[in-house]
Design a binder for this molecule. Structure first.
Ligand SMILES: Nc1ncnc2c1ncn2[C@@H]1O[C@H](COP(=O)(O)OP(=O)(O)OP(=O)(O)O)[C@@H](O)[C@H]1O
Length: 260
């Protein structure tokens, strides 16, 4: 379903970063996991068409979106990709309904077609947003904002969904619940999902396959459906911190009462 093999260089003054990322998977939910600055966001931007690689190809769902050698570079709106931005990027001056409908209108066609209007209403209902459809995003909780952003990303019926750190903006208490919601949405929609994250719990809870990023390259592929234990997968992904068991937590509190 997804096949990425790209090389690109970005420069900022005297600093340069070389990305040479290569991975392929037909799993429904793919995670790119790795430390900050390892090149995950650059990869996601290249897949969305917001950044042009110097070489390589990007194929999704049997379609070539980019191929440097063949001169193919499909424009972002024609890629059929829904993008959930890290901080959701909702328009503060528009209502929930207008935010969801945003990608369906244009300067030329400002009014929604009756069919698009029905689709927006369907998304509002499915995401439990009916009571706040006329509210502005600023008065919504983090979880509600995430649902609006997801509904907006899905409104154009994309062929794939890209998620950029989908839970980073949320209170940790909410993350578990929203991971379950997101897993359900991905399953219902039946489209491939590519998520970037540096939170290992996102990978453990959601992904079928994870690619470990290091210094602009994919260092390893880890299959999360192989029946291995969570500790094994954590280690495979380079997360060597021991899992927090209730016994460890009690010991830590006893030995260091100031810590939480
Ligand atoms: N537009 C840009 N111009 C110059 N350098 C950039 C640009 N975008 C990213 N970089 C640099 O490229 C490197 C990789 O950035 P990237 O955002 O892909 O990392 P990341 O793995 O997504 O990190 P994080 O998890 O913190 O978002 C970083 O060193 C970053 O400073």
């Amino acid at each position: 379903m997804i096949d990425v093999d790209i090389a690109l260089t970005v420069r900022d003054g005297s600093r340069r970063f070389d990305l040479a990322a290569r991975f392929a998977s037909d799993a429904p939910f793919v995670a790119l996991y790795g430390p900050s600055g390892s090149g995950k966001s650059l990869t996601l931007q290249a897949v969305a068409g917001l950044l042009r690689p110097g070489a390589g190809h990007i194929r999704l769902d049997g379609r070539t979106l980019f191929d440097a050698a063949r001169g193919i570079d499909v424009a972002p709106p024609a890629r059929g990709i829904g993008y959930l931005f890290q901080h959701y990027a909702l328009f503060p001056h528009l209502s929930v309904r207008q935010n969801i409908a945003f990608g369906l209108t244009s300067w030329r066609r400002r009014r929604l077609s009756p069919e698009d209007g029905r689709r927006v209403q369907d998304l509002i209902d499915r995401f439990g947003l009916a009571a706040m459809a006329d509210s502005r995003p600023g008065v919504l909780s983090g979880g509600q904002q995430q649902r609006v952003a997801l509904a907006r990303a899905l409104a154009r019926e994309p062929r794939a969904l890209l998620l950029d750190e989908p839970f980073a903006a949320l209170n940790p208490m909410l993350r578990g619940e929203l991971r379950r919601e997101l897993a359900e949405v991905a399953r219902q929609w039946g489209i491939p999902v590519l998520m970037i994250t540096h939170d290992i719990d996102d990978v453990l809870e959601l992904a079928d396959v994870a690619f470990l990023y290091q210094d602009g390259q994919v260092a390893r592929e880890v299959n999360l459906r192989s029946g291995q234990s969570r500790d094994f997968i954590r280690r495979a992904l380079g997360d060597d911190a021991p899992a927090e068991t209730p016994m460890r937590q009690r010991l830590r509190t006893l030995l260091n009462p100031g810590s939480s």
